[in-house]
Write a protein that binds this ligand. Sequence first.
Ligand code: GCU
Length: 598
Amino acid sequence: MSFIISIILITLLSSNLLAQNEPLIQNPDGRRGLSLDGTWQIIIDPYDNGYFDYRYQPRGDGYFLNQKPRSESDLIEYDFDRSETLKVPGDWNSQQAKLFLYEGTIWYKKDFQYQRQSGQRLFLYFGAANYEAQVYLNGQKIGEHIGGFTPFNFEVTNQVIDGNNFLIVRVNDQRRREGVPTLNTDWWNYGGLTRSVRLVETPQTFIRDYFIQLKQDSRNLIQGWIQLDGNNLKQILKVNIPAAGIAQKVVTNEQGYAEFTIKGKLELWSSDNPQLYDVEIAAESDAVSDRIGFRTVSCDGPKILLNGSPIFLRGICIHEQAPLREGRACTIEDDRQLLTWAQDLGCNFVRLAHYPHNEPMLRLADEMGLLVWSEIPVYWTILFDNSAVYQNAARQLSEMLSRDKNRAAIIIWSVGNETPRGDARLEFLKGLIGQIRESDPTRLISAATELHYADNTIMINDPLSNYLDVIGANEYLGWYVRKPEEIPLLAWQSTYSKPLIISEFGAGAKSGYHGQQATRWTEEYQNRVYEMQIAMLQKIPCLAGITPWILTDFRSPRRPLPEIQDFYNRKGLISEKGEKKMAFYTLQKFYQQLQSQR
Ligand code: GCU
């Protein structure tokens, strides 16, 4: 058997049948299908023995075959069904104490019963797997994916069988120099099937993808496209938005593609009025509906305009760290808690750092009226002169753009955070910016740049800003540089008449630790930094928004200070136990003032 299997595998490998990156299916949760969430069997495989043989060559008889001894003398040295389990979605680090610091490979197996329908197509959709995933169904390799925070899907119409199917995924979260992100980050490397897994069912020809938004600078022109997939591509489709009295016929071309512009009387989406519309797309053989808001976002010199009116972005940074428990946020309750705290603070804007967060989080921001900055993990010093690294970043970007393009809440795409100035970096990021300009003309582009300090003047002069719509700038005045009381003395200079967002500032504090303002880690010290920052920020001419670092304390392997950090970055305004620190109320008061001045 194993010999035959390896032959099949070699042929599959050579004939490229292994799907690497099929185009994403838009709105998988809006389709029929089978959730594969729940309990999965696992094998913890620190030496990747299930994948490589003792010569460290990929093996043909790996754990993906889920082999069982067929006689008492048969030698099989693993058994999923007698092994331990993990919950999916969920990181592995927070589910078992022994996995808290584990970085390596874990094999996941899920059995599912299925009865196929004729003319039906089937796709496995993964919300995310950190960091690298190889997917096997019934012993056959289906595909692989790299990147821990974006979705991927593979067609398995011909691999699913009637009755019991076994799905096996090798997930490896080893950090690597050529990775995106690379070896060092200031967040926990949560590994595993961190988001939902779903078997999506579609008709033979189905609505694979669509982009429906308001035309740039228009208040009543909806612009969009629809892409069918299947063998009946030339169709008459209907785009219905009943609440706006829209029922439009659209005809696809030979490739199943249709572009359209529809005039309609729309209530525009905004943070004060997050109006969403039920949008239905109906094809001859398929239909999908979504909830979409219509708004425009643009710049006018140093101002950001939402639906044509200037808006100040009262923001906060958020990591996808589960509130009130260990681990990566992966439930709608987690997301709602985080965004509700942001609203309690008085925010109309959140920076989801430093990677695309889960899709339900973005849909919730749509519902709650929170504007969003969304980012790919081009973080610190990745290998900017390495083309494979570029391909990886560009793919993660296209997956983020594809998944979230219909979310009104997202107004800014960010191509990176605190990346070092240099030619290779500039070319790298210009490439990513060009990619966004090509596929999404409806949103602004930014990046969190680093500032330069010349004596008491802060220069906004990163050459990358020439290519950005909005300049993001991280500064840690009063924490990593300068004393809190020096902050208001500083002046700012910008070479650009573009909106500036202070995309990070802040200070650490251990919740409940009180003392003198000058004593590090006290709530008083953190609060002092906020008071001084707020005094300074109001003087910055081109300031269009702020996203202080950060809403909640979050796990970081770079923060070992005993009894203070204990592997938490303590710059949160709320502790991991949900305790609000003094600075939370200082920022809340400032945001209330800004709201009352509108
Ligand atoms: C950096 C970085 C964050 C980090 C923060 C900090 O600016 O962007 O990811 O957590 O500073 O040092 O706390």
